[in-house]
Design a protein around this ligand. Structure first.
Ligand code: COA
Length: 184
């Protein structure tokens, strides 16, 4: 059942038969992207988190082909469970047509429906602010993963962002973010 559409693509929950295509889409999306740590196998990250409690994913499908994917999984701020957004990817030839934004907005709606109080993400604030994310440090929250990774990829403090999904959701958070080990 479609949840939303973007361009000619239908956005819907991922099904088991989509999984291999989703991994392929993420690998293609990140192949030339400066946003990912080159040392990370983005497909392997998806495979490690997707069967965990709290995980779900959405796909964008156009004319029978999966061309976008967003993964959600369990994270924590202090001891409070939150939902982690990422990775998200759209195949290079279909980028900048609103598909990534619709995947994210629909996914955040689904997280809200599942009772999540807040979402966290590690990414570029210029992109994620439009979805209601604000920098974690402005809320007094810290990301211990900030710094330069062994491969030279720089994670800035401002890359850690939080979006409340329930009224007062961000007020319930205190302390440091804890990513799933596959993401942190
Ligand atoms: C990021 C991504 C999922 C966005 O999906 P999309 O369908 O191309 O994006 P949309 O059409 O919904 O939105 C386009 C906007 O996103 C911006 N954008 C795209 N990729 C971006 C990135 N990595 N960082 C910052 N902004 C980005 C575009 O500049 C454009 O901005 P504008 O609306 O101000 O002009 C997609 O470009 C992608 O797969 N990129 C490679 C993988 C990646 O970088 N994933 C995110 C890691 S943080």
């Amino acid at each position: 059942m479609p949840m939303r559409t973007a361009a000619d693509a239908v956005i819907r929950l991922e099904e088991i038969d989509d999984r291999a295509h989703s991994v392929d889409v993420e690998r293609r999306a990140f192949e030339h992207s400066p946003s990912g740590d080159p040392a990370n196998d983005i497909g392997a990250i998806v495979e490690r988190v997707r069967d965990e409690d709290g995980s779900f994913a959405l796909v964008a499908q156009e004319h029978g082909h999966i061309l976008g994917h967003v993964q959600f999984s369990r994270g924590w701020v202090g001891e409070t469970p939150v939902v982690t957004l990422g990775p998200v990817g759209v195949v290079p030839e279909r980028q900048n047509r609103g598909i990534g934004s619709t995947l994210i907005r629909t996914g955040l709606d689904e997280a809200r429906r599942r009772g999540e109080i807040a979402a966290i993400v590690l990414g570029d604030p210029r992109y994620y602010k439009r979805f209601g994310f604000e920098t974690g440090s402005t809320l007094g929250l810290a990301n211990p993963a900030t710094g330069v990774t062994p491969s030279g990829f720089e994670i800035l403090e401002e890359h850690f962002m939080v979006a409340p999904l329930a009224p007062g959701g961000a007020d319930q958070l205190a302390g440091e973010v804890r990513w799933h080990p596959a993401l942190g």
